[in-house]
Design a protein around this ligand. Structure first.
Ligand code: ZN
Ligand code: ZN
Length: 323
């Protein structure tokens, strides 16, 4: 039996409130509006979280084994020390997002079992983006679980071949990986559901053409609910020699993708590289686990880096003009 997060104070979100449509509800809405601002939501990390943090202290390898940890409610970390894999569980079946490197597949499967779940109950496998460090294990995980895979068309194109997209700014530095059968192409904003479980796909094309962020509601045993945002990598990086300034369409896509990440519903932020959102520090209690401003800050940091990169790309020319 795994321990349950101890909730110190957790305000219910508006989406947990009854929907409007009758006089009683309207009164409730007015009462809510008149009420003082909700106290900050804080969630004390579970003992699992501390165990995961300790196990990965000084070990951030992409294929280094980590124990599983309940993050909140039905949401579990089942990845490695360096790469996230997230299991969202439901009574009618589960959803797995990302699998890590090809060699991480057995580690993820072991973590699903150690968390007390059956791999065969995973109904859907989703992904953050179509790079080998996150999608490399998906083919093996698909075989082991029998789950279907859903992806945005741009991600599906790479997943189905395992070959990197030549248009990808990182092309040349991206390993090939075992091809994945994609069963369903998603449009931006579409939901993937298993029973009452529903995850929303957000096209946030900052890092790759198929970059997808996922949001869902997680509720604990006390029926307190949070929106979890698994926001895709926000770093606009490239292989040597690539200049974003030579690709204005890509620059626009990155900016738009980061703007989307900034506005995601986001109480609990998780990222494909756990370090990108300081997940382990937050699980150890060194920083707040729940922070509704986390997606906004995550996107703002990435945007500042990207704008610096763009100005550095044009800087030599600017110097020439000045000299
Ligand atoms: Zn990547
Ligand atoms: Zn990555």
């Amino acid at each position: 039996m795994r321990s349950v997060p101890n909730i110190l104070a957790l305000a219910l979100l508006p989406a947990c409130a009854p929907s409007s449509g009758n006089a009683e509800t309207a009164q409730e809405v007015r009462a809510e509006q008149a009420a003082p601002p909700a106290s900050p939501r804080t969630v004390e990390p579970s003992a699992d979280g501390a165990k995961l943090t300790n196990a990965c202290k000084g070990r951030d390898g992409w294929a280094e084994a980590a124990p599983p940890a309940k993050l909140f409610g039905n949401t579990w970390y089942v990845g490695t020390c360096g790469i996230s894999a997230i299991l969202v569980t439901g009574t009618d079946g589960h959803v797995l997002i990302d699998g890590g490197l090809p060699e991480a597949a057995p580690l993820v499967l072991a973590n699903i079992a150690a968390a007390g779940f059956k791999a065969r109950d995973v109904r859907w496998i989703l992904s953050s983006h179509e790079h080998f460090d996150h999608a490399g294990a998906l083919a093996a995980l698909q075989r082991a679980t029998g789950a279907r895979v859903a992806a945005l068309p741009a991600a599906a194109q790479v997943l189905e071949t395992g070959e990197a997209d030549p248009e990808d700014p990182q092309f040349g530095g991206l390993d090939a990986f075992p091809a994945v059968r994609v069963d369903r192409h998603l449009a931006d904003g579409e939901h993937v559901a298993v029973g009452k479980l529903s995850l929303t796909a957000h096209a946030t094309l900052a890092h790759a053409a198929g970059s997808t962020s996922w949001t869902w509601r997680a509720c604990d045993e006390q029926k307190q609910c949070l929106t979890v945002a698994y926001a895709d990598s926000a770093s606009a990086i490239s292989a040597k020699g690539y200049r974003f300034t030579d690709h204005p369409v890509r620059v626009e896509a990155v900016r738009k993708g980061l703007d989307r990440i900034a506005t995601l519903p986001c109480d609990l932020l998780i990222t494909p590289h756990p370090g990108a959102s300081d997940l382990f520090a937050r699980l150890s209690g060194a920083a707040p686990l729940v922070d509704p401003a986390a997606c906004r800050r995550y996107a703002a940091t990435a945007k500042a880096r990207f704008e610096t990169r763009l100005s550095e790309e044009t800087a030599p020319e600017a110097k020439e003009i000045r000299s």
